[in-house]
Design a binder for this molecule. Sequence first.
Ligand code: FES
Length: 115
Amino acid sequence: MDLSNLTKICNLDDIKDNNSLGLSAKVNGILKKLIVVKSGKHTFVYVNSCPHIGAPLDLRPGQFFSHNKESIICSTHGALFQIRTGLCIFGPCKDKYLEAVPIRIEDNKVFYVHN
Ligand code: FES
């Protein structure tokens, strides 16, 4: 297995099922705040910066899910984002996207895939 273009973000077990985690990791050599979301059998990673004004989404650290756990929510002004795509479906940045981070899961670990 060639791991030369992979950087470990976290262990898959660091996130409970249907839950989320906030952490920092280098993306393209720049340290960024990230959101890691586990939804069903899928894991998604986004940059923790709201497309509205660039604020981190979690006023309470690590809290990224809406009440019904069907969306990612920005705590600042309440924008809702689809978990699978990062598309804003409600709020001041409707139709904009969270920045998705390309990942690969290997050996129960989540890796950022860089070029
Ligand atoms: S900063 Fe996220 S909705 Fe305004």
